[in-house]
Structure formats: structure tokens, C-alpha cells
Design a protein around this ligand. Structure first.
Ligand code: NAD
Length: 502
């Protein structure tokens, strides 16, 4: 049996799931709550408030006041840097506790927390990285275009109140990627976590308060898309919407922005290819590619390399290693250090994944392993066995849909042109990996692939590197200069020195 994951509240620092509005911990005005069922066991873990339109209005008004009256947007660079660095320190200090809460949210195993991109250290580094931007967020001085005695320069000012909505798969990291640049730029925020991953975010918000952020600068409203998310994205006092999640909700965000032309950043899904050439280290390519769809979050990752485009010469070698990796996956209680991978987040998602697997089989793809729900001791949770398909053609739904589960589709190819054509034949464009020991080929492929990030013989997220998508994988980038600048407006200042300019 999967051991119970009922929390020892003291051990994990689980609070009562109250929202954070204007520096106060509060329940929803209507008293509505959401009870969180753990994906590994179906047990109820704890509950939290469902914010209605009135609660969201309170939160947005608090953020608006904190923006208009300050003190955060007007704070000196030195003060903002101090608070952001303190947040990073507190995250490091409470790293284990945050990861335990995240495991209570979405069942991502604690063993996975030692992988840099999913660790508390990474979350802390995102705050440190953005702290470093605060005193470098400069405008520019331009030479006069028409001559004359005057100056033209630009200022970067905070965009205003940010409404942020994040998904459940990496709540700590995704929280940081929105909150850190927004705070660094001097914005105030109302953030809604996913209804499937709320507790780690509430704790992280408490650490941010402890670091000295003024009341109202960060507000957390909890609850599902309807009514909570909907009220937030449609609120007229929000200046910018920053969203990570599915394309379907992304479209709603864009629609909600239209009325007042709210600024928008979107991090959406992916159907990323791994291109494996015959001259590559095929075993490593297979191990890492299969790992991205089975280890940790079991493929519930936007950048999972879910389409393996494999040269026909090395197809069998790739398949053998990928199948071996699937045999190393261990499911169970996320607190058990031997557990490598998580269940699917809810039964709806599990049914969707099983439905897509059935479609793949019906379309003629060859199932190498997996393909069904895990039974026996795991029957109470949403576990699907690691699944490997080959002889997949790129027009099958398993090659086109973002499955968000432990499913790898292998698509054989013959030459570079065919590999590029298949790689780019997708509505998405988030990430890709090229596996080859030929440096010239690596660069040819990198230039030809239309994706926001391309890894060569590996893939590693970096807090200071831009991350985002081409096509329907999103709008804008997180990480790096582009991210912080997306939380600013540019103001041009014209300063004449002579009367003829007037
Ligand atoms: P989702 O779109 O269903 O939900 C995301 C968030 O939107 C949740 O907080 C949800 O409550 C909220 N929401 C739902 N309906 C809403 C509405 N009408 N108005 C406002 N908010 C609403 O996505 P999910 O299932 O939580 O997460 C999986 C998706 O996230 C995948 O598509 C994945 O690729 C994507 N994702 C992308 C990245 C990236 O950086 N590109 C990172 C992680 C996840």
C-alpha cells in the first residue's frame, strides 16, 4: 500500500490554508472552501478558501493601493535588493519544508528535489537573479535625431498591478518566475495558485512577508479558475496578466486582456522533440529523453521531450535503453526517498492520458511498454505505467497533443531534412534537444528548429536564461532581461535645452 501522506502539520509547517490579502491571513467572505485530495492516495490532505469575486476585489484593491501609495514601487534599489535577497535566504533556510509542502500538493517526490531545476535552491536563485537586476534596470540615452541642443532619454517604470495565475506542476518555481521579476521591477501582485497546488505557495508567501515586503505588495487568492481566476483576470484594476498553464486558459487570458489592453505574458504547453542522430551517445540520449517523461513529475512538465525523433540506424538501441529506464521508475509515497516519480494530478488527467494512449494504439503505433493504469498497491492513486510507443507518425494524436503524462512517442527518421520537418510540424515551439557529436550538425539543427530553447546533448534550465515559446507555446519570456523588462513600461523623456525645440 502507498503509505498515508496525511501531514504532520508541525513537521511540514502546514498552515490552515488562509489567503493573504493586504498583509492579513483571511478566509473567503462567503466561507467557501476547497478540499485537496492527494493524487497518490486520494486522501484529503487539507482545505483552503475559494475566493469569490468580492475577495478577489479586496486583493486587487490592496495591490492597487500598495502600488499607487507605495512604498514598494517607490522603494530605493538598495531596499528592494535587500528584501529580494532576504527572500532567497529564507527559501534556502526553509527549502526542505517547502519541498514537503509541494509533495503534499502535487506528489512530486522529495527525491526529485535534489535535481537543480526542481530544487528549492533553484527557486532561491530565481530571487537572487532578479535582485541583481534591480539596480541595472536602466533606460537609455539617445543621440538627438535632428540635431539641436537637447537630450532624449528613457525611463523604465513598473507596469503596475500584476494578476498572476500559475499551474500545479511546479508551484514554487513558477511562483518565483512571476513574483521575483514583478517585485524586482517595483510592481505589486495578486497571484492565484492552482487549486491542485496551494499549500507550498501559501508558505512561500509567508516567507516573503517575513522578509519585509510591505503589506499589499503581494496578495494570494486561492481557488479554482471559476470563480477565482476568472475574477482576477477580468478585474479592471489589473494592469498586466502573467499566466502559466494550458492553451485553453491562455486564450481566456488574452480575451480578458482585450477590454483594457492589459499587458500579457503567457507560458503555455509544448510537444518538444528530441532529435537523436546516429553519431550521438544514443544510450544517454535515450536515458535522458525517457527520463524527462517519466522521472519526477511523470511527464507533467511543459518542456518534456515527448517526441523522440530517432535515426533509423540507432532506433533499436534507443528503444532498448528507453525501455530499461521505464523499468527503473518507482511510484509510491512522495516522502519515500526510493520513489522516483509522481502520479497524475487528478483522475480527469489520468483518464485523458489513458484515452490518448488508446488513441495511439488504435492509430497503429506500436506499444513497447506501459499503456495502463497501475494496479495493486497503487490502485488508489492516479498512477499510469511509464509508456513507450514506437512507429509513431507525426500526424497521430499522441504526437500532436500535449499528453502531460508518462508517454514517449518514438518517430523514426532517415535524414536531417526529414528530422527538421517533423520537429517543426507542431503547433507548439517550447523546447528541443539535439543529440549529435557533430558540432556543425548541432548548429544547423539549432538554427532550423523553431523553439524557444534548444539543448545540445542535454537540457538544463537556468534562472538567468530566457525561457518561453514560439508559436502556441506562449508570448514573451521568463528569466533574463526580457522577463524583468516585461514588468515595466518605457517612458521617453524629451529635455530641450534651447527655445527652438519648444
Ligand atoms: P490550466 O491552464 O488548466 O490551469 C492553470 C491555472 O489557470 C490554474 O491556476 C487554474 O486554476 C487557472 N484557471 C483555470 N481556468 C481559469 C479561468 N477561466 N480564468 C483564470 N484562471 C483559470 O493548466 P494546468 O493543468 O494547471 O497546468 C498544465 C499546463 O501548464 C500545461 O499545458 C503545461 O504545459 C503548462 N505549463 C507551462 C509551463 C511553461 O513555462 N511554459 C510551465 C508549467 C506548466
Amino acid at each position: 500500500m502507498v503509505a498515508s501522506i496525511k501531514p504532520n502539520r508541525d513537521e511540514v509547517g502546514l498552515t490552515d490554508g488562509l489567503m493573504l490579502i493586504d498583509g492579513k491571513r483571511i478566509a473567503a467572505l462567503a466561507g467557501q472552501t476547497w478540499s485537496h485530495s492527494h493524487p497518490a492516495t486520494g486522501e484529503e490532505v487539507a482545505s483552503f478558501p475559494v475566493a469569490g469575486a468580492q475577495d478577489v476585489d479586496l486583493a486587487v484593491r490592496a495591490a492597487r493601493r500598495a502600488f499607487d501609495a507605495g512604498p514598494w514601487p517607490q522603494a530605493r534599489a538598495r531596499e528592494r535588493i535587500r528584501v529580494l535577497r532576504k527572500i532567497a535566504d529564507l527559501i534556502r533556510e526553509h527549502g526542505d519544508e517547502l519541498l514537503k509542502l509541494q509533495a503534499l500538493d502535487n506528489s512530486v517526490p522529495l527525491s526529485f528535489g535534489s535535481v537543480y531545476a526542481t530544487s528549492s535552491a533553484f527557486v532561491a536563485d530565481v530571487f537572487d537573479h532578479h535582485a541583481g537586476w534591480v539596480d541595472k534596470l536602466a533606460g537609455e540615452t539617445l543621440p538627438p535625431y535632428q540635431g539641436g541642443d537637447h537630450m532624449v532619454f528613457t525611463l523604465r517604470e513598473p507596469v503596475g498591478v500584476v494578476g498572476a495565475v500559475i499551474p500545479w506542476n511546479a508551484p514554487l518555481l513558477l511562483f518565483a518566475q512571476k513574483v521575483a521579476p514583478a517585485l524586482a521591477a517595483g510592481c505589486t501582485i495578486v497571484l492565484k495558485p492552482s487549486e491542485y497546488a496551494t499549500f507550498a505557495v501559501l508558505r512561500l508567501a509567508a516567507l516573503i512577508e517575513e522578509a519585509g515586503l510591505p503589506a499589499g505588495a503581494l496578495n494570494i487568492v486561492t481557488g479554482p479558475g471559476d470563480p477565482t481566476g476568472d475574477a482576477l483576470i477580468n478585474h479592471p484594476m489589473v494592469d498586466k496578466l502573467s499566466f502559466t498553464g494550458s492553451r485553453a486558459v491562455g486564450r481566456r487570458i488574452v480575451a480578458a486582456s482585450a477590454d483594457r489592453f492589459k499587458r500579457v505574458s503567457l507560458e503555455l504547453g509544448g510537444k518538444s522533440p528530441a532529435l537523436v542522430f546516429a553519431d550521438a551517445d544514443v544510450s544517454t540520449a535515450a536515458a535522458i529523453t525517457m527520463g524527462t517523461v517519466t522521472l519526477g513529475l511523470s511527464g507533467q512538465v511543459c518542456l518534456a521531450q515527448t517526441r523522440a525523433l530517432v535515426h533509423r540506424e540507432v532506433h533499436d538501441e534507443f528503444l532498448a535503453m528507453a525501455e530499461m529506464i521505464s523499468g527503473m521508475v518507482s511510484y509510491g509515497n512522495p516522502f519515500d526517498p526510493a520513489v522516483t516519480s509522481s502520479p497524475l494530478i487528478n483522475t480527469r488527467q489520468m483518464d485523458r492520458v489513458l484515452g490518448l494512449i488508446a488513441e495511439g494504439q488504435a492509430a497503429g503505433a506500436r506499444l513497447v511498454c506501459g499503456g495502463s493504469r497501475s494496479e495493486g498497491d497503487l490502485a488508489a492513486g492516479n498512477f499510469v505505467a511509464p509508456t513507450l510507443f514506437t512507429d509513431v507518425s507525426n500526424d497521430m494524436s499522441i504526437a500532436r497533443e500535449e499528453i502531460f503524462g508518462p508517454v514517449l512517442s518514438v518517430i523514426p527518421f532517415t535524414d536531417e531534412d526529414e528530422a527538421i520537418r517533423i520537429a517543426n510540424d507542431t503547433e507548439y515551439g517550447l523546447a528541443a534537444t539535439v543529440w549529435t557529436n557533430d558540432i556543425k550538425r548541432a548548429f544547423r539543427m539549432t538554427k532550423a528548429i523553431r523553439a524557444g530553447t534548444v539543448g545540445i546533448n542535454g537540457y538544463q534550465l537556468e534562472p538567468h536564461a530566457a525561457f518561453g515559446g514560439y508559436g502556441q507555446s506562449g508570448l514573451g519570456r521568463e528569466g533574463g532581461r526580457g522577463a524583468i523588462e516585461s514588468y515595466t513600461e518605457v517612458k521617453t523623456v524629451l529635455l530641450p535645452f534651447t527655445d527652438e525645440m519648444m
